[in-house]
Design a protein around this ligand. Structure first.
Ligand code: HEM
Length: 350
């Protein structure tokens, strides 16, 4: 019989010199962000600069879940309007023909109850990338990589040479070897651990229609255009619906499924992915000028925005708390454009 590890505050372990490493990481991120802003005279997010589309959908909590899955937001059946943004992970505007990590951020609207930030929001954010692990791992590794990016980010060849010298170069370059396929055909993962009510999980969004999964057979090639991913997304959604299963993997063994190291994939043999919700995306145009501008300039996602019983865990998530706020503040100030948190799905333009 599988036993699920109960959530407790002492599952998280502060890393050696964590506060000073977090301060260094924030300083390095600021250097890279300000360089990207100066190059464009426009401020994207510190990461996920290139948006590929903003989508509206409906999220339905799976009915009749067993006790270990019927937690937090998933404790009672319900439906929520959802807004999503697809983006490429880099902090610069990459050509879509280059393989890279792709992100999918989802915001549920109309979520009542206590929130981690007492800012009156009615939203719950979930942020994922299309790789089960995060090579940055924890604050010690991340500090080293953030320093290299701050120092050599203006010179991609030199940055690659510096990363190649590392013992973990294979892991640090993993995103460059991800399949370069249609955005609707990837699975997207939280990579890091989260509280899940009385338990602990990682979460993921997995494509749930045959037509989406079939898109994986068509990789991006050098003959495609630099913005092919937005074009394919708009083409498919012009006359097809799409959808994702929202799945979680519960923590069953803290030794081999660490919370404090996001570079370790949790073994599905020890704990399978299980569906707790479904996201339906009706046919729509995800890349109108109004949606693109809303996604790139106005909307913001933050793993620390939402319910305390879904709070992020581990040092890689502890550094995200100040990092998202600093990035958001910097881009909204520079672009002279206020951020805005949707209250209803009508706030998201068509
Ligand atoms: C742990 C796994 C992580 C995942 C799955 C993830 C995912 C994402 C996604 C999907 C976005 C784009 C949101 C959008 O479309 O607007 C994003 C943005 C961002 N991420 Fe992460 N991320 C992770 C780790 C980190 C870490 C370790 C940092 C740095 C401390 C970080 C810093 C940021 C920042 C600064 C933004 C832009 C925020 C803004 O300007 O509004 N992320 N992340």
């Amino acid at each position: 019989m599988i036993s699920y590890v109960p959530y407790s505050d002492d599952l998280e372990v502060e890393q050696p010199d964590e506060q000073s490493k977090i301060a260094d990481i924030l300083r390095y991120l600021g250097i890279a962000h300000e360089r990207a802003i100066a190059a464009r005279r426009h401020a994207p997010g510190e990461t996920h600069a290139k948006g590929h589309g903003v989508l509206k959908g409906t999220f339905t909590v799976e009915p009749e879940l067993p006790e270990e899955l019927a937690q937090s937001l998933f404790a009672a059946p319900g439906t929520y309007p959802a807004v999503l943004r697809f983006a490429t992970e880099a902090g610069t505007l990459m050509d879509d023909r280059e393989p890279a990590a792709r992100g999918l951020a989802m915001k549920l609207i109309g979520v009542d109850g206590e929130k981690m930030a007492a800012d009156g929001r009615l939203t719950q954010d979930f942020l994922c990338n299309n790789c089960p692990i995060l090579p940055l791992a924890e604050v010690t590794t991340y500090r080293e990589i953030a320093r290299l990016r701050a120092e050599y980010g203006h010179d991609p060849a030199q940055l690659a040479a510096e990363i190649a010298k590392r013992d973990d170069a294979d892991v640090q370059t993993l995103f460059e070897r991800l399949p370069n396929i249609d955005l609707l055909a990837h699975s997207y993962y939280s990579q890091s651990a989260f509280r899940y009510g009385d338990y602990v999980c990682k979460y993921a969004l997995m494509p749930n229609t045959e037509a989406q999964r079939a898109l994986a057979a068509r990789p991006v090639t050098d003959d495609d255009r630099p913005d092919v991913l937005s074009e394919w997304l708009a083409e498919f959604l012009a006359d097809n619906d799409a959808g994702f299963d929202f799945c979680i993997q519960l923590l069953t063994d803290p030794e081999t499924m660490p919370i404090e190291d996001a570079s370790v994939e949790w073994d599905v043999g020890k704990s399978a992915w299980r569906r707790v919700g479904t996201l339906s995306l009706p046919a729509q145009n995800p890349f109108t000028p109004a949606r693109r501008a809303f996604g790139d300039e106005v909307l913001g996602f933050d793993p620390w925005a939402g319910r305390p019983d879904l709070r992020p865990l581990g040092s890689i998530n502890r550094v995200r708390k100040p990092a998202y706020r600093a990035s958001s503040r910097r881009r909204h100030e520079y672009n002279d454009r206020a951020g805005f948190e949707p209250i209803s799905i009508g706030d998201v333009p068509d």
